[in-house]
Write a protein that binds this ligand. Structure first.
Ligand SMILES: NC(=O)c1ccc[n+]([C@@H]2O[C@H](COP(=O)([O-])OP(=O)(O)OC[C@H]3O[C@@H](n4cnc5c(N)ncnc54)[C@H](OP(=O)(O)O)[C@@H]3O)[C@@H](O)[C@H]2O)c1
Length: 295
């Protein structure tokens, strides 16, 4: 009989892609998959295929016992509140406590590169969750330190293309970004595999690119000029506040650039290939997605 595999955050973009890989790439039976989400109504198509869709909200600990019952391995997808540093670690702590309680043997967690002592204001949530895994009674866990998605560009590109200028305080640091779909494939592979014990992988893309390099590649693809403009950190924050962002959120977003400036996302690892047996998609091959969205 196949193991019972649970994916939290199953209605999110990563969660849906992970379940897609479990079903299509790894060809697991739908009956071996539990999709836990705050929004079961959005996953009716999966339910129709035989996936067990269950209601689970980390802010409602009572929902978790029934949602996690019977699962052997669980992918804990980190939650999404960037505006409240510290809040996510509490949510993840509740999920881990419920996983222990439900007798889940192995938890896979989506973290970030170098989360400890990071200048990134959201890093403590990941560092604290990793620490909670270390201190847990779980038989095993795998931390996947996911690099930034190529797809994050979809949030910033409309403004960049509108002005032709890409403001940053990253001091020209490189970032080894990776396609979200590749991260989903790696997560699905670890979840469905037999890895036990305690392990940490860092899932980077094939190369670290500076914003100037990314801008050149996108400019060529779209035929639109993009100038990368280095500004001081406070200038970047002020720019975002001027565009209507609350200052605390602007500070969080700007701290991504400080993190990049310190070289904390530039490391290229072979962990993606170790897990999946394939190289990650490179940025130049991914850019047609940008062309389709903005060309
Ligand atoms: N590496 C990167 O560049 C990057 C970029 C963006 C985000 N992330 C992180 O990776 C995660 C997955 O990315 P994504 O692209 O799938 O983001 P997304 O589409 O915004 O999904 C947000 C995720 O958070 C879950 N969530 C939110 N509140 C929750 C709660 N109270 N209880 C349980 N789950 C909750 C959602 O689950 P349901 O809606 O199914 O309940 C969903 O899986 C994000 O949540 C964030 O932590 C990483």
């Amino acid at each position: 009989m196949s193991k019972s595999l649970l994916v939290t955050g199953a209605a999110g973009q990563l969660g849906r892609a992970v379940i897609g890989h479990l079903l299509t790439t790894l060809k697991l039976p739908a009956s071996s998959i539990i999709a836990a989400t705050r929004k079961p109504e959005q996953l009716q198509e999966l339910a129709a295929q035989g996936v067990s869709v269950r209601a689970a909200d980390f802010d409602d600990p009572q929902s978790l016992a029934a949602a996690f019952a019977g699962a052997q391995r669980m992918l804990l997808i980190s939650t999404d509140r960037l505006d409240r540093p510290g809040f996510r670690a509490e949510q993840h702590g509740r999920a881990l406590a419920a996983a222990e309680q439900a007798g889940i043997q192995h938890v896979v967690y989506t973290s970030m590169p170098k989360p400890v002592n990071s200048p990134l204001l959201i890093a403590p949530d990941h560092a604290l969750t990793e620490a909670a895994l270390h201190g847990s009674r779980l038989a095993g866990w795998t931390v996947l330190r996911n690099h930034w998605y190529f797809e994050n560009l979809f949030m910033s590109l409309p403004r960049i293309l509108g002005s032709g200028r890409w403001f940053t305080a990253d001091e020209g640091g490189g970032s080894a970004d990776i396609a979200r779909g590749d991260l989903a494939r790696a997560a699905a592979t670890v979840l469905a595999g037999d890895v036990t014990g305690r392990q940490t992988f860092t899932l980077s893309g094939a190369r670290a690119l500076t914003k100037a390099e990314q801008a050149r590649i996108i400019s060529v693809a779209l035929g639109k000029p993009i100038e990368v403009v280095q500004v001081p950190l406070e200038g970047l924050i002020q720019g975002m506040v001027g565009a209507g962002l609350p200052r605390p959120l602007a500070e969080v977003l700007a701290s991504f650039d400080t993190n990049t400036a310190q070289g904390r996302v530039a490391e290229v690892t072979g962990d993606y290939q170790t897990i999946t047996g394939a190289p990650p998609q490179n940025f130049t091959d991914w850019v047609p997605a940008v062309r389709a969205a903005f060309g």
